[in-house]
Design a protein around this ligand. Structure first.
Ligand SMILES: [Zn+2]
Ligand SMILES: [Zn+2]
Length: 514
């Protein structure tokens, strides 16, 4: 493992021991602290420090209150400073030297920084050790370490106390325009990464600090708007929604939050705009989105925060019951997909077991995601599936499905202490984040087997199984039992799929005879 080129020192500041510092003594001390820097370069650092000190003196800014905002002002100042080059402050390479000088001042205790973690550098080193112990790959370790160091630098530059850091700050960090004094080589930031990687890295490091009790546990984590929290509670109490539904609804509302604006300003025009926007963008999902926003509006009405009439402001969306045929694959296609699954690697073995569960039992992606080792009853040859209704059902385990799961447990599943059946093949072998990852696995299986022209997604297997059972003469009721439908109306949609059977029943068009 290599250390980054310039690592910020986070130890307790060494107090300034000289006389009352003057610009001259400060810049000289900074100069001599630059060990290992070539003489010419060190000279440039010293000049930058002197220029900065001259400017803050002109502005009447005390050294002790210097922060990044001051440096940003310095960056933009129209230079009239006597004896200094007037073009330099606008050059990034120059201001990065100034930032390094500010860090030197912080380290010497000349500038007060909130410093509520003892030995942050030790914590960073422990974090690196922890990542190794968790078996992360070398690339992930490097990425997590560099993000942790970057986040630490940002917290310091922002003059934040660690114990005040919330998820809101993580979001700010993810989007900040970076000038942090880390990983700079010739003035440019090395490894500039996107907001996703930044927030993931910051969250993991915060989690680590909290787990080690270096920081207190966050009170309301994750950070969320009060309204949304109340909305979630309302969904649970008044609608009896499941955890998955609550998550789906609040995520959707969060997406429209800015457009919806404060409840008191909400009007019919805004609602119409959102719904019609959705109809043009993704017509298929418009009814669902409208339904979710309607539920949010009902919640606001129940709290008396918006006009009750708004519940009727939703434009009608044409949707016919049983209006579309479910997408399905014929038997040969499904068998072809199963046959295309190899079992040479751990990934292939795991994915084959998942495909068989989808194809033979018609499980939902969410069922597979939640499946636990304890849900398999090997003696009885049964599988316990909780499903959407949170009412467990027992399904028979067909031979080939059982064999595939056993093969997975014996040869591919890492020996870890985790109750979920399916986990990632990469260390630290965590379970999947959501059922959406099961759909991702199906897509990769199709890709590996060069399978094209079939409906995408995990649900196509469920539809195909239902269709196949109906063709084989099973009644709607038994199909509904296997698919664990709560309402017979849901199963009825499959009755429409039997196109060949419908053709047999259809009479000849009398026009032909005449
Ligand atoms: Zn100047
Ligand atoms: Zn930064």
């Amino acid at each position: 493992m290599t250390s980054p080129k310039t690592v910020v020192s986070y130890g307790r500041p060494k107090p300034w021991t000289g006389d009352t510092p003057t610009p001259d003594t400060l810049s000289t001390a900074f100069h001599s602290s630059l060990l290992g820097t070539a003489a010419v370069a060190a000279g440039l650092y010293k000049t930058a420090a002197r220029h900065f000190l001259y400017w803050i003196d002109q502005q009447g800014i005390a050294v002790s209150i210097v922060d990044d905002a001051v440096v940003r002002r310095f960056e933009k100042h129209r230079c009239r400073c006597r004896g200094f080059s007037r073009h330099e402050p606008n050059r990034p390479k120059f201001t990065s030297k100034v930032r390094r000088f500010v860090r030197f001042l912080e380290d010497r205790g000349m500038v007060a920084v909130p410093d509520d973690i003892d030995h942050l550098d030790t914590a960073l080193a422990d974090y690196a050790t922890f990542l190794v112990q968790e078996h992360y790959s070398a690339a992930s370790i490097k990425s997590y370490r560099s993000e942790a160091a970057h986040f630490a630098a940002w917290v310091r530059v922002s003059r934040l106390r660690w114990q005040d850091v919330t998820d809101k700050h993580v979001a700010l960090y993810a989007g900040h325009s970076c000038r942090c004094p880390v990983y700079r080589k010739r003035g440019t930031l090395i490894g500039h990464h996107g907001p996703l990687r930044r927030s993931k890295g910051a969250r993991r490091f915060l989690g680590f600090l909290r787990d080690r009790q270096i920081l207190p546990q966050a009170e309301s984590q994750p950070y969320e708007d009060e309204d949304l929290t109340a909305y979630k509670a309302w969904l649970k109490a008044h609608c009896g929604s499941s955890a998955a539904t609550i998550r789906r609804y609040s995520d959707e509302v969060k997406r429209w939050y800015l457009l919806l604006g404060p409840p008191s300003d909400l009007d019919a025009a805004t609602i119409r705009r959102i719904v019609s926007h959705r109809i043009t963008e993704v017509p298929g999902s418009a009814p669902t989105v409208a339904g979710i926003i309607r539920s949010y509006v009902r919640f606001l009405v129940s709290r008396g925060e918006c006009d009750a009439a708004l519940q009727h402001a939703f434009p009608p969306i044409r949707r016919y019951r049983l209006g579309t045929l479910p997408r399905y694959m014929d038997e040969a296609t499904v068998e072809g997909i199963i046959a295309s699954c190899k079992t040479d690697t751990a990934v292939e073995i795991r994915d084959k077991a998942i495909i068989l569960l989808l194809a033979r039992l018609g499980l939902r992606a969410g069922d597979i995601w939640q499946l636990r080792l304890a849900d398999i009853d090997w003696n009885e040859g049964c599988l316990r599936v909780c499903g959407k209704s949170r009412r467990p059902d027992r399904l028979p385990l067909p031979q080939d499905v059982g064999d595939a799961i056993l093969d997975y447990i014996e040869r591919a599943r890492p020996p870890i202490d985790e109750e979920r059946l399916f986990v990632r093949v990469q260390p630290p072998f965590r379970p999947f984040n959501s059922s959406a990852e099961i759909a991702g696995i199906v897509a990769r299986v199709f890709h590996r087997g060069a399978i094209e022209g079939v409906p995408t997604g995990a649900h196509a297997f469920r539809h195909s199984l239902a269709t196949r059972m109906l063709r084989a003469g099973a009644g709607l009721e038994s199909v509904g039992t296997i698919l664990r439908h709560r309402s017979p109306a849901t199963t009825a949609i499959y009755a429409k799929v039997d196109v060949p059977m419908l053709l047999k029943v259809a009479q000849d068009w009398p026009g032909d005879a005449a």
